[in-house]
Write a protein that binds this ligand. Structure first.
Ligand code: MN
Length: 314
């Protein structure tokens, strides 16, 4: 792996003709916004760019449009760009051995990135979208209002509306510049946070009433059982964990969503507890204050394993 800067990343993209873009499994706003903007920017430069996406866009990200449709084809390409992920196994592609071209990672997660050919990687950035914006500046890509909106959505979601610990000045500066280029924060917030369905609200009430507290209330767990998910058809539980984090004594918040195949675990922390280390130990990944895992076990087993793995110093 060669660690590179935005200059070299721009040069690699400039010299490639056909480029495949891939994000991580369970793609979030930063991942999807970066994928959309990257594709549009490369196409504007005359490149043949496609996005590999295993599932259709979630309702709240549909504003990103038809350009991000479900696509399970891996075309011939000179370069693969892995966005918003530090590891091959987190790529939304099933078997990474299917990728035969060099892979450029553009990412802001902690981790080695050693499996990639090149990595433009800065874990001091609050969103992958900030790195994509930097590369575009080097490539002199003209950012359209829609691309600006996609990049803004990436920064907004990964900073939890500019309040997370990782929100530095550069996120605000970039957001301002993207507004100048046509991003509309109010519109984007309406899509991302205002696309809840009645089923989502019912699922939220169910999850909230499941609250369990451990270790002097420092660990808060919310959960949704499989039966509920089946009945209400895949409720959007991504942000539920924030309710548990916002409890006054919570240090670590956990949201468990049981699906047919596995338990999806969302982890959040306050005051410095490193949940990415817990996630990594159990086969997931993420950032110090926000991480995720897919666990192949029952809800109760997942709970037990997580509690065994979250220990405070005192
Ligand atoms: Mn991200």
């Amino acid at each position: 792996m060669e660690k590179i800067g935005a200059d070299k990343a721009a040069a690699l993209l400039d010299s490639a003709e056909e480029i495949l873009l891939i994000g991580h499994t369970d793609p979030d706003g930063d991942c999807l916004g970066s994928l959309y903007a990257m594709k549009a920017g490369l196409v504007s430069k005359g490149k043949k760019a496609s996005v590999y996406l295993r599932k259709p866009l979630p309702l709240k990200y549909r504003f990103l449009g038809d350009e991000l449709e479900k696509n399970a084809e891996i075309p011939e390409c000179d370069l693969v760009v892995a966005l918003d992920t530090p590891q091959l196994k987190r790529l939304d592609i099933g078997d990474p051995a299917r990728l035969k071209s060099p892979i450029l990672a553009i990412d802001h997660h902690p981790g080695e990135h050693s499996e990639f050919s090149y990595a433009l990687w800065d874990d001091g950035k609050s969103a992958c979208a900030l790195l994509v914006k930097e590369v575009f500046q080097k490539m002199a890509v003209a950012i359209t209002p829609k691309m600006a909106g996609a990049l803004y959505a990436g920064i907004m979601t990964d900073t939890n509306c500019f309040v997370n610990q990782n929100t530095e000045r550069d996120a605000f500066v970039a957001a301002g510049e993207l507004m100048d280029l046509g991003a509309r924060p109010n519109e984007i917030a309406k899509y991302v946070y205002g696309s809840l369905t009645p089923g989502d609200i019912l699922a939220l009430s169910k999850a909230l009433s499941s609250l369990e507290l451990y270790d002097r209330d420092r660990i808060a767990i919310l959960s949704l059982k499989k039966e509920w998910q089946d009945e209400h058809n895949d409720a959007d539980t991504e942000l539920f964990v924030n309710y548990a984090r916002n409890l006054i004594n919570t240090e670590v918040a956990i949201m468990l969503t049981e699906t047919k195949e596995s338990v999806r675990v969302n982890l959040r922390s306050k005051n410095g507890f490193d949940v990415s280390a817990v996630a990594k130990r159990l086969g997931g990944g993420g950032h110090k204050p926000a991480a995720g895992i897919r666990m192949k076990c029952s809800l109760e087993e997942a709970k037990k394993i997580l509690l065994e793995n979250i220990k405070f110093d005192d």
